[in-house]
Design a binder for this molecule. Structure first.
Ligand code: AMP
Length: 301
């Protein structure tokens, strides 16, 4: 499966991409990550990109297209990939179409995460705070000033891609303002509807076999299975059921304990009874012996 995640900075592309990676066993190709790695390593690409990235501008198309083309050829991308942050301009989208055609690969879907722009600054601020808390290095371009510029770049250069992919009947728009797991579920439903994934791919991690068989599955079979999967409990539902079970266990715990104590009491009582019996027997035996002794003595006399 090959998909593109489209959305402004802070729309949750990275988060969703990581969840999709776990779910479908495909790789996340984030040009932002690759460029940051290049900057950190001080490669020629990194040196070119450093200033542009720090100011919130876009790195030249040919640079990112080159990076993506090479990355798609890597063995781990053979199973499928999620493009996160690429393409960002119409010329990049055209170049991607060309290179996919050249590599005989098909793009399954473009998922747009639509978010309220006013929420983005808040989201990025939260992300920065969380990264600081975890002791992670904060991105240089995650500041209110640079974010404003990145948003402007998105509006002017990336948003036209919505029209580009909608015209090519590739675009699916999802409300990115929902909770993270709701967005993931919505993406999954969309991919199912498009026949891009196998209905059974609701599990945690999926290997190559599953993804490969998803690609091979017949459309009718896929549709039938899609309905089946929609009825299957979601991860959250499963979790809720688990915690309900756990809660039940805790509730029934004291009962069980009481039963146990009861059993013990019965056992104890049984033991006591037995002891009493033995004592009685012993008394009886003793009495008999004493009686015998008396009879013997009397007989002697
Ligand atoms: P991101 O991590 O996707 O927010 O990207 C961080 C920065 O890397 C962007 O603000 C751009 O400067 C640069 N960048 C990432 N992807 C691209 C791309 N496809 N085209 C141009 N610049 C990019």
């Amino acid at each position: 499966m090959r998909i593109i995640l489209l959305g402004p900075p802070g729309s949750g592309k990275g988060t969703q991409a990581q969840l999709l990676v776990q779910r479908y066993g495909i790789v996340q190709l984030s040009t932002g990550e690759m460029l940051r790695a290049a900057v950190a390593a001080g490669t020629p690409v990194g040196l070119k990109a450093k200033e542009i990235m720090a100011s919130g501008g876009l790195v030249p198309d040919d640079v990112v297209v080159g990076i993506i083309s090479d990355r798609i050829d890597q063995p781990d991308a053979k199973n499928g990939f999620i493009l996160d942050g690429f393409p960002r301009t119409v010329p990049q989208a055209e170049a991607l179409d060309e290179l996919l055609k050249h590599k005989h690969l098909k793009l399954d879907a473009v998922i747009e995460l639509r978010v309220n722009e006013s929420a983005l600054l808040n989201r990025v601020e939260t992300r920065v705070a969380q990264m600081r808390e975890r002791g992670e290095e904060v991105r240089l371009d995650d500041t209110p000033e640079v974010l404003t510029k990145r948003l402007a770049s998105y509006r002017n250069q990336t948003e036209p891609l919505i029209h580009y992919y909608s015209e090519r009947r590739k675009l699916s728009t999802i409300d990115g303002m929902m909770a993270i797991d709701e967005v993931t579920r919505a993406i999954h439903r969309q991919l199912l509807a498009l026949g891009a994934v196998e209905p059974k791919s609701h599990g945690k991690t999926h290997g190559k076999t599953r993804a490969r068989s998803a690609a091979k599955a017949a459309p009718a079979k896929k549709a039938k299975a899609a309905t089946k999967s929609a009825k299957k409990p979601t991860k959250t539902a499963k979790k809720a059921a688990k915690s309900r079970k756990a809660a039940k266990k805790t509730v029934t715990g004291p009962k069980k304990a009481a039963k146990k104590t009861g059993k013990k009491a019965v056992k104890k009582a049984g033991k006591k009874k037995a002891a009493k019996k033995t004592a009685k027997k012993a008394v009886k035996k003793g009495a008999k012996k004493a009686a015998k002794k008396v009879t013997k003595k009397r007989a002697k006399r």
